[in-house]
Unconditional design. Structure first.
Length: 604
């Protein structure tokens, strides 16, 4: 039985609600209820509320036309299911909440000032325009899932639950991040393309079924177990990649490996301290500490005399960083300012990343770095004189100047010439592939360091070359090499999927570049036997391939999986596509293939 509006409430006006329950203290920051007080009721249940079945929001189109205040405890014998697909609403409970499941979707703001005690699961999703769960007290549940921009805060401490969530929208450390879902959820919860089926998770919670695979272990615990196992032969450990493992602190086991040369702790944004003992790792040659949560990095890093590669992007800089004379590669993405003598004592630098910060100019010693091969300065604020000097000083150095405002001058003759060439190439692209190629190539010749041109025009030129050459290449190895190079450059210039503004025209273009260049590059890498790299690239392309229109990407992935001997995974995708599109031509060879038909018969 579901209760949408249990009897026993009375209506409040907005002023009485604020006076009695201090909504401005915790509700108003989540949902601007005053703006809608003429349209939404305020329903008050005094002395608590006990619902014998499920408790869910009433439907009125896509908006819940009332807010709920429970002054006391809310006890729901079934599921508390709340939602809003429009302007939002709130549920405030001044005491504790007890329920079998708590299922939240869309834009409701649910505030529990006491404890949240759930027999099974808590689920939140699709909170792009709002959608919050705030718990002031203790939270207990078997499993909590928080994905797709829903937001959860737990002021009473980390929940006593297995927490599967987007770390960016959850107030405490998680057991499994949202990017691990396809690996840890049961197959029924994930479609063949790796997309999570929220409805399946909700049904599993409501029916009391598990959602995690047997033996699924949180990444940080698995990492520590792996390190413990390596202690049996510590002298054999030369390289450790612990990036994005959700580690909570710097692992003490690292000091037991006397020959460790390469270490990555990148992306472990719960590590808030690096010990001074890091200086004991004297054999380190490469160290990646990017994306941690430290307030400072110890000067002891400067005593790692064998270090050649260092990445401290997104962190405060160590005091003696620029005295590390043997460094050949240094990454400082996000750096906001540099000392005037930066790089003066670093003559061996070959690769340098200063992207994404507020730099308007570069220190004088930078221009004396004679061994430079590549510099990333994209998304900085470098001024025009700096760009001109870069072009003059480093004519042969690969310099990334994407999204540098001073480089974009629509009135500059070179910028106009590049744009005109791209427009002419675009006009020929879909009717005369061969004629489009020289136009795009001439445009790219004008996109040198220090030159004025738009990022869009440069990226479109690479995209156009990939599109045209993929239709001209045939068996010409020379053209294939050019095509691969252009596709690699297009993907390097396109934003990473998480950085794309999907609902803009430019975002749609970036998605198309990712699909087209990714599919082309993955296919030709497969032909050359580079299967692992091909699979990684087609998976990036599939980030924007949910629509059946892009089933050609699935065809590429299937061929790669078959070449890797991962037949069952390939057949699962084929079955998924042919079930919804029996006439999909790219998979015509499977329709009557005995091996596939036998798999399909025995698996279904």
């Amino acid at each position: 039985m579901t209760a949408t509006a249990p009897d026993g409430y009375r209506l409040l006006d907005v002023d009485e609600a604020e006076e009695r329950f201090r909504l401005s203290a915790d509700v108003e920051s989540r949902f601007p209820y005053r703006e809608f007080s003429d349209e939404q009721e305020f329903r008050l249940y005094e002395g608590g509320l006990h619902v014998t079945g499920d408790f869910s929001a009433e439907t009125d189109g896509d908006w819940v036309m009332y807010n709920v205040i429970v002054d006391g405890d809310l006890t729901v014998d079934g599921d508390l299911s709340w939602w809003d697909d429009h302007m939002g609403n709130f549920v405030l409970v001044t005491g504790n909440v007890r329920a079998r499941n708590v299922l939240l979707r869309g834009n409701p703001s649910v505030v529990v000032r006491g404890d949240l005690l759930v027999d099974n699961g808590v689920f939140g999703c699709h909170g792009a325009d709002g959608g919050f769960l705030d718990v002031g007290g203790v939270t207990r549940a078997k499993t909590i899932v928080n994905i797709r921009y829903f937001k959860m805060t737990f002021a009473g401490g980390r929940p006593d639950a297995t927490l599967i969530a987007d770390p960016n929208f959850t107030s405490c450390p998680v057991d499994f991040a949202d990017d691990e879902l396809s690996a840890v959820l049961l197959p029924a919860m994930v479609d063949p393309d790796g997309y999570v089926d929220e409805g399946q998770i909700e049904w599993a919670f409501m029916e009391g079924r598990p959602i995690l695979r047997d033996g699924a272990v949180p990444s940080h615990l698995a990492a520590l177990t792996e390190l413990d196992a390596l202690l049996a032969s510590p002298e054999e450990v030369i390289e450790l990649d612990l990036a994005d493992r959700h580690l909570r602190e710097f692992p003490e086991q690292l000091f037991a490996f006397p020959n460790l040369r390469k270490l990555s702790l990148a992306g472990n944004d719960q590590i808030d301290q690096i010990p001074e003992r890091i200086a004991e790792l004297t054999t380190l040659e490469e160290l990646d500490l990017s994306g941690l949560a430290v307030d400072r990095l110890p000067a002891a890093i400067g005593r790692l005399d064998n270090l050649r590669v260092l990445d401290v992007s997104g962190n405060p800089l160590p005091d003696n960083l620029f005295s590390m004379t043997k460094l050949e590669e240094l990454r400082l993405a996000g750096v906001q300012q540099l000392p005037a003598d930066a790089f003066a004592a670093m003559p061996e630098l070959r690769r340098l990343d200063l992207s994404g910060g507020a730099l308007t100019e570069l220190p004088e010693p930078f221009y004396r770095l004679r061994h430079l091969q590549a510099v990333d300065l994209h998304a900085t604020k470098l001024d025009r004189p700096t760009l001109d000097r870069l072009a003059e000083t480093f004519p042969k150095v690969q310099i990334d100047l994407r999204r540098v405002p001073a480089r974009r001058d629509v009135d500059d003759p070179n910028s106009r010439a590049v744009h005109d060439l791209v427009v002419d190439g675009q006009a020929k692209l879909f009717r005369d592939h061969a004629a489009a190629v020289p136009l795009f190539e001439e445009a790219l010749e004008r996109c040198g360091t220090g030159a004025s041109f738009s990022d869009h025009d440069q990226l479109y030129a690479y995209y156009g070359l990939v599109y045209a050459l993929s239709r001209l290449v045939g068996s010409d190895e020379g053209l294939t090499d050019k095509l691969i190079g252009y596709a690699e450059r297009a993907l390097a210039l396109a934003p990473e999927p998480r950085e794309i503004w999907h609902f803009t025209d430019e975002g749609q273009f970036h998605e198309e570049v990712t699909r087209t260049a990714g599919n082309t590059l993955a296919w030709h890498l497969m032909k050359r036997g580079e299967l692992d790299r091909a699979l990684s690239i087609v998976d990036r392309a599939l980030t924007f391939g949910a629509d059946p229109t892009y089933d050609y990407l699935r065809d590429t992935k299937v061929r790669i999986l078959l070449a890797m001997g991962r037949t069952a995974e390939a057949y699962l995708i084929v079955d998924h596509v042919l079930t919804r599109r029996p006439d999909f031509g790219d998979f015509a060879d499977f329709v009557s293939a005995p091996e596939f038909l036998h798999w399909r018969e025995t698996t279904r």
